[in-house]
Ligand binder design. Structure first.
Ligand code: ADP
Length: 301
């Protein structure tokens, strides 16, 4: 059997984040000056792939961008991070998705609105499944749910670990929940599942029989449910400049831990350290940590 080409393939969204730091969120019908501004490469699975590449893993991304300068920018950012971008296809006549992110200076929290300009176009028949399955792990974000659901049964047969970023209810949401080895959602997934609290949402996610389900809670840390019951982790203390991509970095750290064969609690520590460290800089990728930095914080915790 030939060795897989990649350690991790991130499948799903690539978008340009326009990040504005403001003193506080503007009131309706007013103007507010920006304290800082940056345009940066974003998107859940591609940022997670960039994070894993910085940790030394061999990564690729699969997804779509528009045939505009933003699309070319996103592909070049991936290559600069050492991530293979050959499976990030350019969609003729389409524009690249963008997100507007307002960061409140004091808390570092962010409020996002986004243009999902490639919605529904990430179709399975456009991708070479043999190449997508030449990996040890697939990270599937909410924009690739249908593609992920088509891939996951074949991935399982080959022993490829699938990690699903469950966020909103999209086509094939339940199919993907049933197929994933690990499901990780942010607090938003509680509402998506129609549950009242995090524990109930985790029980619902775990009923689809993943190896573990995790819900991240920003600066309140995370909770998981696995065969051994619930595990809770507080967040590591950092001076948060911008929490954009904390979730993406957390997913990356979790994937790193799973591939290293660590038990759940150690993978959660490492993921939490990644999530905290990425908050140190503006934009999802400016403060992506090294392996040594992450290990140091995870073990100190
Ligand atoms: P998402 O970006 O998907 O909404 P979260 O905001 O829940 O994800 O963050 C994911 C993880 O990153 C959290 O569980 C936590 O470990 C870490 N994290 C997020 N915000 C902070 C923060 N302000 N300080 C420290 N760690 C944080």
């Amino acid at each position: 059997m030939t060795a897989p080409k990649f350690d991790v393939i991130g499948i799903g969204c690539s978008c340009v984040d326009h990040i504005a730091v403001v003193k506080s969120l503007p009131r309706r019908d007013t103007k507010t000056p920006m304290l800082q501004y940056a345009a940066a490469a974003g998107g859940q699975s591609s940022t997670a792939a960039a994070a894993l590449s910085r940790l030394g893993l061999k990564c690729a991304c699969a997804g779509l961008v528009g045939d505009d300068p933003e699309g070319a920018f996103l592909k070049s950012c991936l290559r600069e991070e050492g991530v293979d971008d050959a499976m990030v296809l350019v969609e003729p006549g389409a524009r690249t998705p963008v997100a507007l992110i307002l960061v409140e200076e004091a808390a570092g929290t962010r409020t996002i609105t986004y243009l999902d300009s490639l919605r529904g176009r990430l179709r399975a028949e456009r991708f070479d499944f043999d190449l997508l399955l030449s990996t040890r792990c697939l990270l599937i974000d909410p924009y690739a749910t249908s593609l992920g659901a088509a891939l996951a049964p074949r991935a399982r047969k080959k022993g490829i670990v699938t990690i699903y970023d469950a966020e909103h209810a999209v086509d094939d949401f339940e199919k993907m929940l049933s197929a994933a080895d690990y499901v990780i959602g942010s607090e938003q997934v509680v509402e998506t599942l129609g549950e009242k609290n995090v524990e109930a949402a985790l029980r619902k996610l775990f009923s689809y029989r993943p190896r573990a389900a995790v819900i991240t809670l920003g600066d309140k840390g995370c909770v998981s449910l696995g065969p051994g019951g619930f595990l809770r982790r507080p967040a590591f203390r950092v001076r948060a400049v911008d929490t954009t991509a904390a979730g993406d970095a957390f997913h990356a750290g979790f994937a790193y831990g799973v591939l290293a064969g660590w038990e759940l609690s150690r993978a959660l520590d490492f993921a939490s350290a990644m999530g905290a460290l990425v908050c140190r800089g503006l934009g999802g990728r400016s403060a992506l940590p090294t392996l040594a930095e992450t290990m140091e914080l995870a073990e100190r915790g």
